[in-house]
Ligand binder design. Sequence first.
Ligand code: GKR
Ligand code: MG
Length: 426
Amino acid sequence: MSRIAEVRVTPILISDPPLLNLQGVHQPYTPRTIVEVITESGAVGLGETYGDTDYLKLAEAFGPRLVGAGLVVNDLLAAVTRCLSEVGAERVDNTVQAEGLRGSRTLGKIASSVASAFEVAIYDALGHELRLPVHALLGGKVRDAIEYSAYLFYRWAEHPEPDEPKDDWGAALDPEGVVAQAKRMAEDYGFSSFKLKGGVFEPAHEIAASRALAEAFPGQPVRLDPNGAWSVATSLEVAGALEGVLEYLEDPTTGTANMAEVAKKTSLPLATNMCVTAFDEIPEAFTADAVQVVLSDHHYWGGLRATQDLAAVCRTFGVGISMHSNTHLGISLAAMTQVAATIPGLRHACDTHRPWQTEDVITQPHTFSGGKIAVSDTPGLGVELDRDALAKLHNRWETSDARRRDDAAAMRRVHPDFTAPKFPRW
Ligand code: GKR
Ligand code: MG
């Protein structure tokens, strides 16, 4: 079997629309890291992960260590973790507010997120070597297409500066705007599940938007995710107002104890990508019945096999599973789709930010049909790197000083006094 001959780690900046959340607004450009693992026989494996400095530094330090190694993934997380202290990442930068949207920020999650990009790239390379799709290497697919949900955001029509990226979605700042956005998502992509990112306006406003969605799409699943913005009492008020309306309520409040208290008093299932985000958070949350659906994410859970492990634990405890998403491109979407294809009992449409991205680094970006992406059976992830696109987005990174996601700082460009709110906001 061919060994790893070369590893490339390329930071890029991708454009992002002004999507609103509890912490502020998305910046015009957000960093991602693209990993290439190239074998002695010339197979190229691709991976993608967060691009903020902590992640990038670790990926850059770890990448060269794989040269000469086999296409083996078993020791990857431990090896990346050993590398943490060498890049001076012992201290977590807690000022990066967007991290709070996917739970606590820990060194373990940074290491897992970096390891995941290399794991995906190694699987992709192995797939090319063996002429097998990644899902076959993971044990085989149990479905041929993955259903994704429309990820709806309150948003501004445009970023504040005239030379910043633009799109034609327009503003969505009230229930009518949210429904119009959902209708376009349904028309353009065929989505039939809808997730609204909440925590932006006061709860009554977001209850009204959720009801408007349910009325516009009768019988179709609707979810609301305020990223933990509410107290237990507020969560229970919202849950009471939306029982029978929502498929599930995602992270209404923060912390296992609060989620458990809400879960006890509502019939609405609670989903999370904030209170169960790593294996060591599972025992307490599952024992307390704090969450009914865990939103997996191969990036911060540590890769594709870790995602399968998570799914097995969820099955054991009778907890549902679906998938979380942050701003990402097609390499991540291919990886999400390949692993989702292998998970039995995936009963909720997965989240993806992909429709909000106007750029990609693969030659043939995915297309959604009926809200689904077909599971590729071609070798590896089934995507090919677009080197010109990668070079362009890397050049943007080199000529800009944007180095991390900071939604609060982006909001301060318009509202100078804005600070990311303390939990609970309402
Ligand atoms: O991109 O604004 C965003 C989302 O709020 C994201 O950061 C979250 O991590 O999508 C995520 C979620 O479901 O909480
Ligand atoms: Mg969430």
